[in-house]
Design a protein around this ligand. Sequence first.
Ligand code: SF4
Ligand code: SF4
Length: 408
Amino acid sequence: MLSEVSSNVASCLKCGACRLDWKTSEPICPSGMQFGFDSHYAIGRVSLAGAALADRAVLTADAMRTVLSCTSCGACDVQCNPTVGVEPLRVIEALKQDGFQAGALPPELRDFLKSVSVYGNPYRLPQEERGRWAGGMGIEKYAHHDYLYYVGDVGSYDERGIRLARNVARLLQAAGVSFGILAEDEHCDGNEVEKVGEWELFEYLAGQNIEQFRSLGVTRIVTLCPHAFNAMKVTYRRFGAQFEVLHYTQLLTQLLRDGKLVPKKAMPSQLTYHDPCFLGRHNGEFDSPREVLDAIPGVKRVEMERSGEHGMCCGGGGGNFFTGLVGLGPRSPGRSRVREAQATGARILAVACPNCNNMLEDASRSEALSEQIAIRDVAGLLLEAMALDTEGARIDAGTDRPFHHQRR
Ligand code: SF4
Ligand code: SF4
């Protein structure tokens, strides 16, 4: 609620430091970069929050369309001087909640939320199909295994996400990890629902998952997606959840260190890595994905200018992966990111998130860069270096793909 962040709002200096990255002087706010108006940067959203608090502005669906193109990437929080006492993203999240409470819903948001509340997923696909990604892999349903492998909506239903879900599962099997899945009993983690401001639906989804995990005796969870990782590790704690939650790159790092996975096949490639916001900036995990990539013989990893805490969002966070409010225009964060990756000389842009994978793959097609730089997931690269049978999960971007494109 905005009333809870009024001192944050009042402290904003209107300095505009949240527009450009102080380290690189490059644009850092995805929506501001795409649309170019102050209203689409944190400075504009915090100003709107101030006007709404003072009853000088009404939160309409059009105004919320601007607010909701914020991807919750957190870059403005890094930019804003901490001594000022503003947490811009906290203000923006309160603004999203108040907009939702006021019924100011752009149609794209209405569709997304309706899909999740009616069908249980943004794809409007049947619950019984949630486990189809694991077909033919011999993966057990969770029953007191060491880990629950939580796949999420994109890994369960999106054809490209399914490929990534299978890559991770194949590595866990190869390392002899005891894990199970929920398949048709898995439910949406709710991270994106919370990030668009629908707290009550999020509360319901989180409560449902926590109750289910507890009743099954789950203590450790490994997630495919940084968004589910963030929800289960951070936000579920508000409801008393205390699960140990790992992102798959963190578990792979442990398995490599323990010698349970030994990549032997050389991959003489220059590659760069894109930090997903909900793994990196929001949860401080910058090293594990890089450690996995560095374990692959022959790989030369180079960094993009905007990386780590100063990384640039792919444009898919804060529900934008599903609502498409940021879009894929020439100034979009995804296309900017692919150009930046290609400028490093890398032939591979490695990702650790199914949403980033799709956003950046689509962006590279729009930029006609698919032949120059391949978007590859960290797990798929490690699988290739281990010369494992990927069971149809070949992921040579730009060549013959086993699955056709499916709209997000
Ligand atoms: S949110 Fe922070 S960085 Fe942005 S205008 Fe306000 S004080 Fe300046
Ligand atoms: S969270 Fe990211 S997209 Fe949203 S205002 Fe801040 S920098 Fe811009």
